[in-house]
Design a protein around this ligand. Structure first.
Ligand SMILES: [Zn+2]
Ligand SMILES: [Zn+2]
Length: 307
């Protein structure tokens, strides 16, 4: 059952769940207070966008299931290379608000400059959002550098704004899969996301099921093999270890063949969108441990396929 559907929960239940997880985390990591305040504000904006999108702003895509199934069978994610119209008028004000939250939450002038560039039209919103949806890091980096803006922050702001849209698209495409598409989804045994092609933020392990969670669209999928998700190494160069002996529920998968790492945490249930970023912030110490040992997350994969 490689592709795992995640039931939607009400916005209130989602907010309650998020608050509980933040409080628990704050108890063990009081130093994360400011970071959690910022995350709280960012997630409120993202959740607001998600609920606006639920009220019927998704474009009608002409992506027949047979076509998608064939694409997946070739290892190409469903949305890769597809021209998809974005709801720019809805996302534009969100970009500005996300910049403001980031500016006040510690990113300072670097975020204010991005907000100004968006507000003045120096950054063309449609192009930025389209590049983010297409996972085009080169275009975003080059565009940011030309304007004297912080590339990582531009990438982040765009990703946060487009996230709810790509999550909704993913649910619309995969949520009503017929036999052929379902079979293709069930046969998906790759480390990158079947919807958007991003690498997972981490693996959430529920009841022993190691479920990869897309860092962009929050898709959830399970592999039939236990190996490095980046290069498929399954020999002794692929190691799973808990950096903290006391916390065996939080582990790192590291691979000395490709130098990649993946965080994995045991949880009572899979995080609904957009709470996956809480799992991510709960495990920042694992990122630090992996990077201290020279491991890193690889660059995004590129998919050249167009119709
Ligand atoms: Zn994805
Ligand atoms: Zn590897």
């Amino acid at each position: 059952m490689p592709h795992v559907p995640i039931p939607a929960i009400s916005r209130q239940n989602q907010a309650d769940l998020a608050e509980r997880r933040w409080q628990d985390l704050l108890t063990v990591r009081p130093d994360l207070g400011p970071a959690l305040d910022l995350q709280r504000r960012l997630l409120a904006l993202v959740a607001g966008l998600a609920s606006a999108l639920e009220n019927g702003r998704l474009p009608r895509l002409s992506l027949p299931q047979k076509y998608l199934a064939a694409k997946l069978a070739r290892g190409v994610p469903a949305l890769a290379g597809e021209p998809i119209p974005l709801p720019v008028p809805l996302l534009r004000p969100a970009l500005v608000q996300l910049c403001e939250a980031l500016a006040e939450g510690g990113a300072g002038e670097a975020a204010t400059h991005i907000r100004d560039a968006i507000a003045s039209g120096n950054i063309e919103c449609g192009s930025l959002l389209t590049a983010s949806l297409a996972r085009n890091q080169t275009a975003i980096r080059t565009g940011a550098s030309h304007r004297g803006l912080a590339p990582d922050l531009v990438w982040l702001v765009a990703e946060l704004a487009v996230g709810p849209f790509v999550h909704a698209l993913q649910r619309a495409l995969f949520g009503h899969a017929g036999d052929e598409l379902q079979q293709a989804l069930d046969g998906w045994n790759r480390g990158y996301c079947p919807a958007c092609g991003s690498w997972p933020a981490l693996a959430e392990v529920v009841g022993g099921h190691r479920t990869l969670r897309c860092s962009f669209c929050s898709s959830a999928w399970e592999l039939t093999t236990y190996a490095c998700i980046y290069c498929e190494e399954s020999g002794e160069k692929f190691v799973t270890a808990a950096p903290d002996e006391e916390r065996k529920d939080r582990r790192l998968e590291v691979c000395s063949t490709c130098g990649g790492y993946l965080k994995t945490i045991d949880l009572p249930e899979l995080s609904p969108f957009p709470l996956l970023s809480i799992s991510d912030i709960e495990t920042t110490d694992l990122d630090v441990a992996a990077m201290e040992h020279g491991y890193q997350r690889p660059a995004l994969k590129e998919f050249g396929s167009r119709r």
